[in-house]
Design a protein around this ligand. Sequence first.
Ligand code: PBG
Length: 329
Amino acid sequence: MSYPQSRPRRLRRTPLLRRSMRETRLAPEDMILPLFVADGVTNPVPISTLPGHFHHSPQSALTECEEVISLGIPMVLLFGLPAAKDERGTGAWATDGAVQLATKAIKARFGDDLLVATDLCLCEYTSHGHCGILAGESVDNDATLEAYAQVAVSQVEAGADIVAPSGMMDGQVGIIREALDDTGHQETVILAYAAKMASAFYGPFREAVDSTPAFGDRRAYQMDGANLEEALRETWLDIDEGADMVMVKPAGPYLDVIAAVAAESPVPVAAYQVSGEFAMLKAAVEKGWLDHDAAVLESLVGIRRAGAKLVISYLAKEAARILGGPRGS
Ligand code: PBG
């Protein structure tokens, strides 16, 4: 059938008709909010490169989590900023580190009403800003794995429901699974940053946690963003090692990667709308060049349509507010 019998505009005539025809839905339950917790903070400190986001104390993180729960968002992803950094990033597995303390406090207050995922990496904790332990000028993969195993156990003993290794070391998912199983944490979920690109869009985040590498860059461990086949190989390896969920990151510039992973992945797929994606949108809104609410929803629906079950986003709260609470659009 073609025009004039076929008139696709018939199905777009009224708001209700359009709504009933919608193929992709976005709801607060689809989102994860990143949350920054810092040592030595009492009142929340605004993060200048991430407007509306703060370095929280364990206490102020609780207030934030209360709001997150009331908006119907099921999960937060914690990042930590230690008081002092060192060569090996030992703050990452300190039992009194900000992430560990905040996790403990959140789980004690909210129990199963909120899922706590913890980012698992060393870059926020190392004095040189790389994601692992150095041997000369490069990151020593296998020495780093041992540290990751320790970080995982410390986060889970603090109460994390989900650990999210983001350092892109080979074998990280397997060693974390083994360390968790050996310590009786068979139930803990691993959300693997499986296809994580060496991206220019992490800039505002690195400012926020002061993790810009002191020398070189992350291209020897994070992926070349031009590679789809490699992204699939990386993802299947993580699934073989025991990943319960896999993530593509960033999201917006890599929608084809999300789609390709989602088409074949036996486990749920998440995508991370990163700090630079957030910053671009906010900056354009500030200039009056974009409509905030419409752009927020369109950017997130696009990521869901590509195939992501869950979207990690600095816009999660705004989106939930726009959608009008737990029922979604
Ligand atoms: C840690 C990590 C990074 C991000 C999430 N986990 C930074 C990086 O790889 O440099 C970036 C998140 C964002 O930009 O929002 N490895």
